[in-house]
Design a protein around this ligand. Structure first.
Ligand code: HEM
Length: 472
């Protein structure tokens, strides 16, 4: 898989070797770790205060972006519990993914670690490491990233058709909530299979709506407790911790019971049955699927909103999507999605601990140093994307040479630990976009400038409102 991706990226970046930086730097010439630029702030208070400010205004991406502007593509910082380096350099990204080892490790939010340890919930892929993670991940790759995925597409199509039936002329009330529930319902329908979903959807839809409310709270409460010293918050049981703990328990308990029920009614073409056939035991199935439910909704729902926002502001893009619908194998909708994720990567940071010492951007990095890849920053840099602030889906066109640096926009990550839901997400997002644009002209009703805010994932600074006009 990694070899395939590497070849693809070589082809597109026009370079001979994608991971060129690995061999090109002589370790003796590299600079010392402590020479990496670091912000000058009042010791301790300065960095905590600015972090607190960045977190409470949900502007962590801008905070980090400004630091890169001042200090360059790599800098060292202590961000509360996370003390490590921040990297905004496509060559360094390649080095990281090529040297991340057999069992890549990422940072897990501290409240979630404490919660899992304290209450002994077994969790899915995102939380697993090493020997536990690899066999499960290999089996899940086979089911969700390789081969024929028509069975997942069949599930998406039914749920999206249902969503389309809720749209009409005019401003759609609570569109964001409808989008959220729809994408949550997709992962539920994939878990149970399209036939079973069709049979039981009347009962499933209200459960999904209830779950959506809980899942939203988990992300919100995690953000709120992270503004505090999390160990302190947990130890003293402050209200922010209690509220986070409650939302997490509710969501997980509800999701586990839902998966239990789905296991009884799923059909042969379902994720649950396919996981069983791969030899994954029932407890692990429950934990993996429950986590996917949590990972699937926010990421896809907000990407859908950003995509609608951008096409609503760019009428010519809408028109082109409509025109290209008649062209077989047109990749235009896919390019719209790629361009949306370049400007608004819902996962604005990807993290890693390297298993051995490495050299990044000319500096020696000791093994196990927490590394944060600033995906938001690289996606908007002029040196990687011409007219970087403009929304130009055509720049991703394979036929034309618009000089995109693929490794600077990695919304799903790269390599063996990249997003397991990538193909599912790409299909459902493109399908929903084309169905909407085929039937409606989309207009943005918000009058103020919309900014990106970090609520674990990248969300709009205010509720997006759209007006739909039916195309006769
Ligand atoms: C636009 C949609 C999505 C985006 C941008 C996205 C992005 C990401 C990113 C950046 C990672 C971390 C990769 C890394 O550490 O290298 C990730 C991991 C993950 N994603 Fe997604 N994701 C999306 C949708 C989904 C969906 C629909 C699912 C569920 C089917 C999903 C399930 C997961 C899981 C389980 C992991 C952890 C994988 C592991 O650690 O092995 N994601 N995603």
């Amino acid at each position: 898989m990694l070899l395939y991706l590497t070849k693809q990226l070589c082809k597109r970046s026009g370079k001979k070797r994608f991971f060129s930086s690995v061999a090109d730097i002589n370790p003796n010439e590299a600079n010392d770790f402590f020479d990496i630029p670091t912000p000058t702030t009042i010791p301790f208070i300065g960095s905590r205060l600015s972090l607190w400010q960045a977190l409470s205004t949900q502007r962590l991406h801008e905070f980090v972006d400004n630091k890169h502007k001042k200090l360059g593509p790599i800098y060292r910082d202590k961000l509360g519990p996370i003390s490590g380096i921040f990297v905004a350099d496509s060559e360094a990204f390649k080095t990281i993914f090529s040297q991340e080892g057999r069992y890549p490790k990422h940072i897990i939010p501290l409240p979630w670690i404490i919660f899992n340890n304290e209450f002994k919930y077994s969790r899915g892929l995102f939380f697993m490491d090493g020997e536990e993670w690899l066999p499960c991940r290999t089996k899940m790759n086979k089911l969700l990233l390789k081969g024929d995925l028509k069975w997942t597409e069949a599930c998406c199509n039914i749920v999206i058709e249902n969503f389309m039936n809720q749209l009409q002329d005019g401003e759609i009330e609570n569109l964001d909530e409808k989008i959220y529930s729809t994408f949550l319902e997709v992962i539920v329908s994939v878990s149970m299979g399209s036939k079973s979903y069709l049979k039981h959807r009347k009962n499933i839809t209200p459960l999904v709506q209830h779950l959506a409310g809980n899942v939203i709270k988990v992300f919100d409460k995690t953000m709120k407790v992270e503004k505090w010293n999390v160990n302190f918050a947990f130890k003293w049981g402050i209200p922010q911790w209690k509220s986070f703990e409650m939302s997490m328990r509710k969501s997980l308990n509800f999701t586990y019971s839902l998966v239990d029920e789905l296991m009884k009614i799923c059909d042969d073409e379902s994720l649950l049955v396919k996981m069983r056939e791969e030899g994954i035991n029932n407890d692990s199935i429950k934990a993996i699927v429950a986590d996917m439910v949590l990972a699937a909704a926010d990421t896809t729902a907000y990407t859908m909103q950003w995509m609608l926002y951008l096409v609503a502001k760019n009428k010519e893009v809408q028109e082109k999507i409509r025109t290209e619908l008649s062209i077989p194998n047109s990749s235009y909708a896919k390019n719209v999605l790629r361009e949306t994720l370049r400007l608004y990567p819902v996962a604005a940071f990807i993290t890693r601990f390297m298993p051995q010492d490495c050299i990044l951007s000319g500096y020696k990095i000791p093994k196990e140093t927490p590394i944060s890849l600033s995906i938001y920053t690289t996606g908007r840099q002029e040196k990687y994307f011409k007219d970087a602030s403009k929304f130009v889906p055509e720049r991703w066109d394979r036929e034309q040479d618009h000089q995109v640096t693929i490794a600077a926009s990695l919304p799903f990550g790269l390599g063996v630990r990249s997003c397991i839901g990538k193909k599912l997400a790409e299909y459902e997002l493109q399908k929903t976009l084309t169905e909407i644009v085929k039937k409606f002209r989309v207009e943005l009703c918000n009058k103020t400038d919309i900014k990106m805010r970090m609520r674990m994932v990248a969300v709009p600074s205010e509720r997006l409102r759209f007006k739909f006009e039916k195309i006769c």
